[in-house]
Design a binder for this molecule. Structure first.
Ligand code: BTN
Length: 266
């Protein structure tokens, strides 16, 4: 794992000294987890040009080919109870949408909870991993972000080709990944300051950007699958749904498919 020279950052970025860039890593989240356990400070960030074992939610892998995507992880030490930052993944999704709007002049949508989508395709996602101490305080929050930038559709492996997309495949635009990475880190720096004090505003933006609301969905939780309509996002990021039998419930985790998207047809 050779650390490589950092791309030039505009002066004065508060986290500049804490950004570690590698050519190839198994997973930026995994390295940052080790650094966090060794005492790395708030704002420590790890960026890789390529990952050989990039991880997604639900134990999936995240396809991370060389220089085609943006792969980074940021360590936050929010110094608060875990219950105060249940909305963290939602807040990160909003911060990514902000960074993409600033960099590319289009704003993607968010498929609950953590998929960044545009034109019906998944451009990337977020993997948030928390460690909590005995009193329930967050010791570390590792935020991993992967965004497909320059792949063409035929570059994606067959199993994800039907629903994955990249900024380039959707817009024709070739992405300067260093510039985009900087924009994402800046956006996360802003988020780390606003996370607790602007929670209501953040969640309002999340609800506006969330494409799942109002849609017919299927919810997959382990071996259980049920159909429902997504009606609201709770303040902690949970998804409130009305089931086919009229029951209303709020789901906190699990996989949600939207009817007519990513191959969910009936
Ligand atoms: C998902 O879509 O399920 C989440 C994908 C998160 C991928 C990123 S890439 C950088 C960081 N390192 C990882 O191993 N995973 C995250």
């Amino acid at each position: 794992m050779n650390q490589i020279e950092f791309f030039s950052l505009p002066g004065g970025f508060p986290w500049a000294e804490q950004i570690h860039i590698y050519d190839t890593l198994p997973s930026t989240n995994d390295l940052l987890k080790t650094m966090a356990a060794e005492g790395a400070p708030h704002g420590t960030s790890v960026v890789a040009r390529r990952q050989t074992a990039g991880r997604g939610r639900m134990g999936r892998s995240f396809y991370s080919p060389d220089r085609d995507g943006m792969y980074c992880s940021v360590l936050l030490r929010p110094n608060c109870p875990a219950t105060a930052i249940m909305h963290l993944t939602c807040a990160v999704a909003v911060a990514i949408c902000d960074a993409m709007e600033q960099t590319f002049s289009f704003r993607p949508g968010i498929k609950w909870t953590n998929d960044i989508v545009y034109q019906g395709r998944k451009l990337g996602g977020i993997l948030t991993e928390l460690t909590v101490d005995a009193s329930g305080n967050v010791n570390s929050a590792i935020i991993g972000i992967g965004i497909n930038c320059n792949q063409q559709l035929h570059d994606f492996p067959e199993d994800i080709r039907g629903f994955a997309g990249s900024v380039r495949s959707c817009t024709g635009r070739f992405v300067d990944i260093d510039t985009f990475t900087y924009q994402v880190l800046k956006s996360l720096y802003g988020l780390s300051a606003d996370l607790l004090k602007k929670k209501d505003d953040i969640m309002q933006t999340y609800r506006r950007d969330c494409i799942t609301l109002g849609k017919e969905i299927s919810v997959i939780q382990g071996d259980t699958v049920f159909h429902a309509v997504a009606t609201a996002i709770a303040d902690d990021g949970g998804l409130t749904v009305t089931c086919e039998n009229g029951d209303i419930k709020t789901v906190q985790s699990g996989e949600v498919s939207i009817r007519g998207m990513y191959g969910y047809l009936e």
